[in-house]
Design a protein around this ligand. Structure first.
Ligand code: 4G1
Length: 193
């Protein structure tokens, strides 16, 4: 869907490789932690050079840093970003994370959850996907009302079924085949979590 949205000129993606902004002949982007400790951090100079490069073509872009933090991504935030036509720069980490001075060069930190990952790319993809699907025209089949009904992300989930009616003696609840819309609404309410 993201690929098609770009083809339809509804959104434009650009990938920037931090390595292109690395230091010295080895294009170094990482270094050890001052004060000791395991692992490597991304150095500040390549990060800021990459952000400033991205800003040349979109000076008003908001810079979002993908990092484990207490600002958990939500449907509400996705809807807010989908409504503005702001450009976004999503900064993804590797290793153990970023030199803390990155804070002075970003607008917001975002996390998709509390677990350890090898990089920020999948969180960035998650955020992009959740925003882009809300841009009018991206989801061809669904009406805006149908998208709206999911838009607060806290809609009740009830069990749903499609054909066949009988799969290995696992039956679709009879009531759902009845066409009694009031009864079906009541059933869905009762079976929501
Ligand atoms: C300490 C999870 C470190 C991870 C504590 C959700 C995780 C970016 C995210 C880590 C990352 C916890 C995210 C950890 C993420 C730099 C490269 C940081 C990968 C990195 C709970 C590794 N949402 N994690 N550190 O995973 O980028 O956005």
């Amino acid at each position: 869907m993201l690929w098609k949205a770009q083809k339809d000129n509804l959104v434009k993606f650009e990938i920037i490789n931090l390595r292109d902004f690395g230091i010295g002949p080895r294009k170094t982007v990482d270094d050890t932690v001052y004060g000791g400790g395991d692992g490597m951090l991304l150095r500040i100079e390549p990060l800021v050079a990459a952000i400033e490069h991205a800003k040349k073509s979109m000076p008003d872009a908001r810079v979002l840093l993908m990092t484990p933090c207490d600002n958990l991504w939500s449907q509400e935030q996705a809807a807010n970003f989908a409504q503005t036509d702001n450009d976004l720069i999503l900064v993804c980490g590797r290793y153990e994370g970023f030199d803390a001075r990155i804070d002075q060069f970003i607008d917001e930190k975002i996390s998709v959850g509390q677990y350890v990952l090898t990089g920020g790319e999948l969180p960035a993809m998650t955020i992009v996907d959740s925003i882009v699907r809300l841009i009018p025209g991206v989801l061809g089949g669904e009406t805006s009302a149908e998208i709206e009904s999911y838009s607060d992300g806290k809609n009740l989930e009830y069990p749903q079924y499609t054909r066949p009616e009988n799969f290995r003696d696992l039956m679709v609840p009879e009531l759902l085949l009845s066409g009694n819309h009031a009864a079906i609404a009541k059933w869905r309410q009762e079976h929501s979590n």
